[in-house]
Design a protein around this ligand. Structure first.
Ligand SMILES: [Cu+2]
Length: 122
């Protein structure tokens, strides 16, 4: 009787280990873009504009196409302050955690009045 019980416990532990490994590798992805014109956006992987997200951890991929307009992408909110520099052109990948009930704001620092957006974590 003892052996089968141990086997069941061992199987349960290995199933848990596999499940947590899988969730670490498949974080939901968000896509941020700034420039080349006076535009800034944050969208889901399927292209929908982000107005709210489920609280949790995400992979955020930001493409900064500054050109001569000198834009950046700056995301702030509870526990988050991430930005590309104004001169940067390219892609950054950030791991970011959004807290429930908090509002997050993204702007282009030099053109904050024209280029901004926000969303809430629920
Ligand atoms: Cu700008």
């Amino acid at each position: 009787m003892r052996r089968p019980l141990r086997l069941v416990a061992l199987l349960a532990v290995s199933t848990l280990a596999v499940a947590s490994l899988a969730s670490a590798q498949t974080l939901p992805r968000l896509v941020g873009k700034t420039g080349p014109a006076f535009t800034i956006s944050l969208k889901t992987a399927s292209g929908a504009r982000v107005t709210q997200v489920k609280a949790g951890t995400y992979t955020l991929v930001v493409t900064d196409r500054t050109g001569t307009d000198a834009h950046n992408f700056h995301l702030t909110g509870a526990g988050v302050d991430l930005k590309t520099t104004v001169g940067f052109v390219g892609t950054k990948t950030w791991r970011v955690r959004f807290q429930r009930g908090k509002t997050y704001r993204f702007v282009c620092d030099p053109h904050e009045l024209a280029m901004h957006g926000s969303f809430r974590a629920v």
